[in-house]
Design a protein around this ligand. Structure first.
Ligand code: NI
Length: 181
């Protein structure tokens, strides 16, 4: 499983770099990282395991957070006590809702070890085209929390951290224009 010190901290400049298109097949290092990121994220969402292994709860990890400058990320979502794993390489938003939402509790990031106040408007629904681990293209429609998660991870591929999107002078600016989830 991924170790805490293998996740880059926000102070690391690599996080600000743009990631490169994935060329398939993925190599062994990628496959190993993907597996250990999935394991980390899943365990981190189970309270007793998070405590046992000292994991911060997280839903997604982009390759760049694990020092791999490639356009892919992993998301693990709990659904009725089961864990659904998602993998996206070279993702593109092909359409999105005009409606925007924000996460009531704010967004968290395993690279940001502090609380950040403020709202981050995200598309409520997105349709994303991406490639799976085998390099096969797929299209997926995402809404609500998953839509936010994918937009957050896609930002990582462009060197953007979530707090970049928070208005510094007025972190809760225009919050009544967006739906809170
Ligand atoms: Ni993040």
């Amino acid at each position: 499983m991924l170790k805490n010190n293998e996740i880059l901290d926000e102070s690391n400049k690599l996080l600000r770099k743009k990631s490169k298109e994935v060329v398939f097949p993925l190599d062994d290092k990628d496959l190993k990282m993907i597996k250990s990121a999935e394991e980390y994220l899943e365990k981190s969402q189970v309270e007793e395991l998070a405590e046992k292994y000292d994991l911060r709860p997280g839903m997604g990890l982009a390759a760049i957070q694990m020092s791999i400058q490639k356009k892919y990320f992993v998301i693990v979502e709990e659904q009725e006590e089961k864990f659904e794993k998602y993998f996206f390489a070279n993702p593109k938003i092909i359409s999105h809702s005009s409606e925007k939402i924000y996460a009531e509790l704010g967004e968290g990031c395993l690279s940001v070890n502090r609380d950040v106040d403020g709202i981050i408007p995200r598309f409520a629904r997105v349709t994303v085209e991406a490639y799976d681990k085998e390099g096969k293209k797929f299209v997926i429609r995402l809404r609500e929390e998953m839509s936010i998660a994918v937009q957050h991870e896609m930002d990582h591929l462009n060197g953007i951290l979530f707090f970049d999107r928070i208005d510094k002078h007025n972190p809760f600016k225009d919050m009544d224009k967006y739906r809170c989830i």
